[in-house]
Design a protein around this ligand. Sequence first.
Ligand SMILES: *Cc1c(COP(=O)(O)O)cnc(C)c1O
Length: 416
Amino acid sequence: MRPTTGRNFLFVPGPTNVPDRVQRAMLVAMEDHRSSKFPDLSSSVLEDLKKVFKTQAAQAFIFPASGTGAWEAALTNTLSPGDRIVASRFGQFSHLWIDMAQRLDFDVEVLDVEWGEGVPLERIDELLRADKAHRIKGILACHNETATGVTSDIGGLRGVMDAADHPALLFVDAVSSLASIDFRMDDWRVDLAVSGSQKGLMLPAGLGILAVSQKALETMRGATSRRCYFDLADMIAANASGYFPYTPALPMLYGLREALDMIFEEGLDNIFARHHYLAEGVRAAVTEGWGLPLCAKAPHWYSDTVSAVMLPEGTNGAHVIDVAFRRYNLALGAGLSKVAGKLFRIGHLGDLNELMLMGAIAGAEMAMLDVGVEVAPGSGVAAASNFWRANDPVPKRKVSKEQQFYEAHSTGSVQG
Ligand SMILES: *Cc1c(COP(=O)(O)O)cnc(C)c1O
């Protein structure tokens, strides 16, 4: 075993790097979650989460759980056993949500799609138009399939539902897109948006996060699925005065407060631009530098939060990941189920910059060379460097000559 000096390079697509600021904010003494002070914290994070979902109309919920718990909350609060839902499957996460829906006794029409593509709008369009009796109660969509690095067009899906004039609820898994890729709950009239704390929100795992439209909250009254821990009615009653129906994960809520502050300081649109810019550099390393294909089949599917790198026949992604971890202290994401061994994944979401990603690119390249993948040494780093040096994540403001002189000579005592 090598000495564990230096940092571990964490480049799985969740959990992501927790910023020092957030880590410090979580180092708190426990306190009474029924005190008169507690609602200040809980109400502020619940209110501010809505901004991250880009919603005014919906209500946000926080469960001590993970994304999977929020999946279950979304389904059981709004559907009844036997309800027909439509879901497409193109990766391990879309698969697992379908599996859950089947185990909860919903009647799931599964649309199998090639892994590397996303939500098939035309097929859903056909199904909805044919469903004159409105038997379909919900459409499930995985916004960003983390297993393959594919982002789907949720606005386009809403367009298809509107064109068919279909009243089904729109359920969206935004676990690996929220706070990293543009997500617009109100514009797209998403009914249930599911997320978790350990991806774009830059926290440890431990919170299942949900935003629920008014339409979905009304549907809740007639939904007969059994639910207890995840019953939104209990949460709504307790949250109304800033409390929870059970003990909340207190340090996580302080961490969330800090993470939300960081998100608003950077600005959501700047965050999306940064993720796109960082992702473009990684894609340059993979396709131009190494000459390897991405799992995502076409540019319109490319994910700005995770890239799945396909390896040549005869090489095993698990070996690359194993060497990267043992030899270079770098954690890469594995290929899951159908794509096990065929690829490895680089997560590029959350608290990241160019040089951190350079470490991941360099380490993945070294590990690939070690296990016999024929990539040119330095080629990935060179391609990413070329891309990042030539592009600005957020174009700088234009500054006049006069202002430049003034700023260069300012002592800091004069406000400009
Ligand atoms: C990580 C992830 C999940 C699962 O979340 P957990 O927090 O592990 O329960 C669900 N969907 C997607 C797209 C994910 O990336």
